[in-house]
Design a protein around this ligand. Structure first.
Ligand code: FAD
Length: 456
């Protein structure tokens, strides 16, 4: 792409598409962005669908690379740990990291996307087209069919970057045209977004600098702060159950919703006067893991973000991973022609996308269940101690994923498995950190975990 070809069409003006637009346009490339929805800057997304997101080091790093860090900071609320709420209303704070900068940030999806679109629109070589849904792709002719209101038109493209989300039309055509396939695993749990209003003077009614979790074993409630003093609360729950345990199918009217929250989340219910009416209006969302065997046609089209690899939201990494895609693809496009860069991108990136997909699924069990157990807390404490003693070899897996953008997901995943074994062995007969023999711990770590610098 650095040699000659200089016109890129980006499909999808969500998080990944708008950041990719900025990265390419800043290098002088002509970018045409096409988005199905109306312009989000004048038509923000309505409630009920992933209102805020956790932004972590990988996403922040990508925003820094794009020169947007200062612009984004006012949108961010730091969350330094999890606040666990038990059924009796007691809370326990568990820090995410052990250094001051080891925090994640709550950010509004609307606010962040609007900021990216604003920055993109100010670049002279960017054109944007809203209310235009891609319904067909012809890779041989390099053409997109777009529906705008009731009319369909065909437009040419030179190179296509598809950031059209987890339902990606481009992915479907890519798989057909290359006789490839993708797995689409629907989680049997859904989610419902609700609002915990601000208190008087627009104050947060719960601690603002934490991600709140009400873990209940088979399901959970979480809450992330917004800058207007509200929290976005999300219930994750099975769609159905045949053994009488709670599920969305049982929450069908005002009283069943209130009864359920009174039984399992009484402290949250007390702060949410409109809970039942919101619950019955807001959609119940689905969560997918999509693993596509192809991300590119090795010629003129490539998938990024959820279009390539949708994951469940429990590690708070879908957007972070999508942003990382953008900077990795951009770095390759700086050096190589489009076809070569995109083929290499897909080859390098897929193992990392697969790793975070698995870790995201595992994290659901941690958040809704394991986090309540004393063994989890002991292993968390021990992990921090081992990180202090052996910082070049042992970094807790959560920290590798959330605070270390230089460590690829696949490496975090592999080292995480070894670390879990070490932690299990060390804590198998321990009741507290003082029961652990640090000399043995050191020996295990030296034998099993090569220095990080040597594997990066
Ligand atoms: P999207 O954001 O889905 O953008 C796709 C865009 O393409 C949209 O604007 C869409 O309108 C447009 N489009 C789609 N089809 C077409 C078409 N045919 N023609 C034209 N345009 C089209 N990630 C995190 O990092 N942290 C979190 O805390 C987090 N929490 C989440 C909570 C929930 C409940 C969910 C569901 C997801 C969460 N995620 C989180 C994941 C995150 O939302 C996604 O990974 C991220 O939005 C992916 O960005 P994207 O640009 O690839 O796709």
């Amino acid at each position: 792409m650095n040699r000659g070809s200089s016109h890129v069409t980006i499909l999808g003006g969500g998080l990944a598409g708008s950041l990719m637009t900025i990265l390419l346009a800043r290098r002088g490339i002509l970018v045409h962005l096409i988005e199905r929805r109306a312009d989000l800057r004048s038509h923000p997304l309505s409630g009920g669908r992933s209102i805020n997101l956790a932004l972590a080091d990988r996403g922040l790093h990508a925003l820094k690379v794009a020169g947007l860090y200062e612009a984004v900071v006012p949108l961010l609320i730091p969350m330094s740990g999890r606040m666990l709420h038990d059924i009796d209303g007691n809370t326990q704070y568990v820090a995410y990291g052990q250094r001051e900068h080891e925090v994640i940030y709550s950010v509004s999806r609307n606010g962040l996307t609007q900021l990216l679109l604003n920055h993109a629109s100010r670049l002279p070589n960017v054109s944007m087209q809203f209310d235009s849904e891609c319904v067909d792709v012809n890779f041989e002719q390099r053409e997109l069919s777009l529906t705008q209101h009731t009319t369909t038109s065909v437009i040419p493209y030179q190179q296509l970057i598809a950031a059209d989300g987890y339902h990606s039309v481009v992915r479907q055509h890519l798989l057909q045209s290359t006789h490839s396939d993708a797995s689409d695993d629907l989680l049997p749990h859904g989610y419902k977004e609700l609002t915990l209003p601000a208190g008087s003077n627009r104050q947060h009614q719960l601690a603002a600098n934490a991600l709140h979790i009400w873990p209940r074993g088979g399901f959970m409630l979480i809450a992330l702060p917004n800058i207007d003093g509200t929290f976005t609360v999300t219930l994750f729950l099975p769609f159905d159950s045949n053994d009488g345990s709670p599920s969305f199918s049982r929450l069908h009217d005002h009283s069943s919703v209130i009864d359920f929250f009174s039984e399992f989340f009484p402290d949250a219910l007390a702060l949410m006067p409109n809970l039942a009416s919101e619950f019955l209006i807001h959609p119940t969302g689905k969560m997918h893991t999509i693993r596509s065997t192809r991300w590119t046609n090795d010629s003129n089209a490539v998938l990024i973000g959820d279009a390539a690899h949708a994951i469940v939201p429990f590690h708070g990494q879908g957007m972070n991973c999508a942003f990382e895609d953008c900077i990795e693809l951009d770095a390759l496009l700086k050096q190589r022609p489009f076809a070569e860069a995109t083929t290499l991108f897909a080859r390098q990136r897929k193992p990392n996308a697969d790793a975070i997909a698995d870790m995201a699924l595992e994290n659901y069990i941690e958040m809704r269940d394991t986090v309540r157990h004393p063994k989890f807390l002991l292993q968390k404490e021990l992990s921090f101690e081992l990180e202090r003693r052996f910082p070049d070899r042992f970094i807790p897996r959560y920290s590798m994923v959330m605070f270390h953008h230089a460590i690829p997901y696949a490496i975090a995943y592999e080292r995480g498995k070894i670390q879990t074994q070490i932690l299990d062995e060390l804590t198998s007969h321990a009741n507290g950190i003082d029961d652990i023999d640090m000399a043995i711990a050191g020996k295990m770590i030296e034998e099993r975990l090569p220095k990080l610098a040597s594997v990066l």
